[in-house]
Design a protein. Structure first.
Lengths: 445, 258
């Protein structure tokens, strides 16, 4: 309808220029806004938004509750919307646009055929001329179309119609270009021929890392986690993930971390696409290259070493040990992250501590000549040791604030040296009068 | 000709041989040595000290756990006298960090990595040995082979990181006696009874043996010394009451002659 005709029909009509680009932008913004309720969203121009709610509906108490929440928020934002949930995007599209208002917007699992049966064929997202052609054949409802034999129908109206019908019913896949958040740093390579050789994989990983590092450098970011995924020719995806202990843009270092893990990738019949994403980034300012040699010894940056060790052994297996202010020996140390800032604290220098500490302590049979004297003889692991020299006791009381039942516990530690020169750390867990037991907790060097 | 000339000629020849042994035409990196501070030991070692940027093995002389603990502290004491961060590769959970601090290895300097599989340990040690800037790497291994030790030795020479392999069991318990190794030196440590005359419960006493050392003037028998365990700065000391004993003195004399 021309503007002049509309103005003739409705006097005083407001005319606005159409702005398709601005509409598309707004739709993309709306799709990005919908990310609060689901991980994957995509704009569906001109007037729709896809939201993949698989796995996230239960967070809102089910699909119906989720739709209510979404509807309330969208209405509060001034949008007039209709929502539908279905197994396939096509069915949801059709129900949201063409189903009567009184029908439920929730299409149950596998109920697509029933839900769209009474809808007009336009609900299959067909071109207008196709719809007109079907109307000439007397086909107006989806159910009529679905009842026809496929072969002749395909010849008559083209494959697109059947393709759309199959997509609605879930017989054909429907790819959707999910919107990637703009801030994700991703680089990818597609290969004309499938690759599988380990050396080729390494080169691809190195190249991708170089590209990604350049991208991160432009944005002033450093990578904390990299996700490298390979797509196999048979459709499978193999992904691996490496983390770094601190934000870095060192391409050689990141490439080495990735290459160390490439052995896990099973290329199968070949890989035809590789994609490297910085899954987690942190701001990392540009750094001054080595210009003037100030003569000072630079602080060693251990982050690269920690990353390499973590890639080999696992991140939890790389650590530092820091002091804890506790008199109970096994509680006096604690594991800390490997790059935790050094605070200069150490253990008290005047307390003798064994090089090897048994946790839990091992019971020994000991004989003391006098009450509250160090043992003169003890049997440990079936071997009799005669004590020639002893030192102690060092009394350690239980920490009643740390554990229930330690209020009354008490340990008297003795350092003892046996005939053959070995030095052990032995304790008695109660005063002699109460019939204590003896334990061996450590070995001195 | 002055008397120092033959020595400098020898030094030049040794450097050339070292270059040939490395298999590359480049001149070797300047080698640093860490003296033990005991002339009896240092005079036997080339460079008057333990070569830094090289692989050394420390093994307990006997199977008892106290000897293995002495080896741990011996290695910690060596590294305590260096500067810089240390990587400690653990194979068991029983290492007690306060003991390392007591021989001078501050907890801020040490990063630990643990694994339970022997096959995973040597690659971790090698990662550390390749990393310039570390002062040293300790690997608690059960056994080593010629290939693995050769790799570590080359990494250590390249990066200047001192690598100490601390064996948990004596070499003899491997079955085939002493296994081959490309380590620059091999030490054995044994905890021995303190002197009966010593009052109180003093420092422990070790018998430290130098079983082999590249470039050292060792006699037919491995040299060994009775020493007092590492003090709070990682230093060994000669026992004060051993001055009259002939055993280590004779050993020194023969070593100096050879």
């Amino acid at each position: 309808m021309a503007v002049a005709q509309a103005q003739a029909m409705v006097p005083g009509i407001t005319v606005r220029e159409a702005t398709p680009e601005a509409d598309a932008d707004a739709l993309a913004r709306l799709a990005a806004w919908c990310l609060w309720c689901a991980p994957l969203t995509a704009p569906d121009p001109p007037d729709g938004v896809w939201v993949e709610i698989a796995g996230s509906a239960h967070l809102f108490g089910g699909e119906a509750a989720m739709l209510r929440t979404l509807l309330t928020r969208l209405r509060a934002g001034g949008c007039t919307v209709r929502l539908a949930v279905a197994d396939t995007p096509g069915a949801a599209w059709a129900v949201a646009r063409f189903a009567p208002r009184e029908t439920s917007p929730l299409v149950g699992p596998g109920q697509m055929a029933a839900a769209v049966a009474s809808l007009p064929v336009r609900a299959l997202r067909l071109a207008p001329e196709t719809v007109a052609g079907l109307a000439e054949l007397g086909i107006e409802r989806v159910a009529q179309l679905a009842a026809l034999p496929r072969g002749p129908l395909s010849l008559r109206v083209g494959r697109a119609v059947l393709q759309r019908l199959d997509q609605v019913l879930g017989h054909a896949p429907e790819p959707i270009a999910w919107a990637m958040p703009a801030e994700a740093a991703v680089v990818r390579r597609a290969f004309p021929e499938p690759i599988s050789a380990p050396a080729t994989l390494e080169r691809v990983a190195t190249d991708l890392t170089g590209d990604l590092v350049a991208l991160l450098a432009r944005r002033g970011l450093g990578a904390r986690r990299l996700d490298l995924s390979f797509r196999r020719v048979d459709g499978g995806v193999h992904a691996l993930c490496v983390g770094t202990a601190s934000a870095t843009r060192d391409a050689a270092h990141l490439a080495r971390l990735l290459c160390a893990r490439l052995a896990e990738v099973d290329p199968g019949f070949g890989l035809d696409e590789a994609c490297l994403a910085a899954g987690r980034t942190e701001p990392l300012a540009a750094v001054q290259g080595e210009g003037l040699d100030t003569g000072e010894t630079a602080q060693v940056d251990l982050a690269a070493l920690v990353d390499r060790l973590a890639a080999r052994a696992g991140a939890r297996r790389v650590f530092r040990v820091v002091p804890v202010e506790s008199r109970v020996p096994e509680r006096s140390q604690r594991r800390a992250p490997p790059l935790a800032p050094a605070d200069g604290r150490s253990w008290p220098a005047d307390l003798a501590r064994p090089a090897r500490l048994f946790e839990p302590p091992e019971p020994v049979q000991a004989t003391a000549l006098l009450p509250d004297a160090p043992p003169a003889l003890f049997v440990w692991r079936g071997v009799r040791h005669r004590v020639v020299r002893a030192d102690g006791p060092e009394r350690v009381r239980g920490e009643w604030w740390a554990a229930e039942g330690e209020l009354a516990s008490l340990r008297d530690y003795y350092r003892v040296e046996t005939e053959d020169g070995a030095r052990y750390w032995i304790y008695r867990d109660a005063p002699m009068a109460e019939g204590p037991r003896w334990w061996l907790q450590g070995v001195f060097g | 000709m002055t008397s120092s000339d033959p020595r400098s000629v020898l030094g030049t020849l040794r450097a050339r041989i070292a270059t040939l042994e490395r298999g590359s035409g480049t001149a070797p990196a300047p080698v640093a040595y860490l003296p033990f501070g005991l002339s009896a030991i240092d005079r036997l070692l080339p460079g008057r000290g333990l070569q830094l940027g090289a692989l050394h093995e420390v093994a307990p002389a006997q199977a008892a756990i106290s000897h293995a603990a002495a080896c741990t502290l011996f290695a910690a004491g060596i590294l305590a006298r260096t500067q810089g961060p240390i990587l400690w590769c653990l194979a068991a959970r029983d290492l007690f960090a306060p003991a390392l601090a007591r021989v001078g290895l501050h907890p801020d300097r040490v990063i630990y990595v643990e694994t339970y599989r022997e096959a995973e340990l040597l690659p971790l040690v090698e990662e550390g040995a390749r990393f310039r800037g570390l002062a040293g790497v300790v690997g608690e291994v059960a056994r080593t082979g010629l290939t693995a030790s050769r790799r570590l030795q080359l990494c250590a020479e390249e990066s200047g990181v001192t690598v100490l392999l601390v064996r948990r069991a004596p070499a003899a318990s491997d079955g085939a006696g002493t296994t081959a190794s490309a380590a620059t030196s091999r030490w054995s440590v044994e905890a021995v009874p303190a002197s009966r005359r010593a009052a109180g419960f003093g420092r422990g006493r070790w018998r430290v043996g130098l079983q082999r050392c590249r470039g050292a003037a060792l006699g037919s028998e491995p040299a060994s010394w009775l020493v007092e365990a590492c003090d709070e700065a990682g230093r060994l000391a000669l026992p004060a009451d051993l001055a009259e004993r002939s055993h280590p003195q004779a050993r020194q004399g023969r070593a100096a002659a050879g």
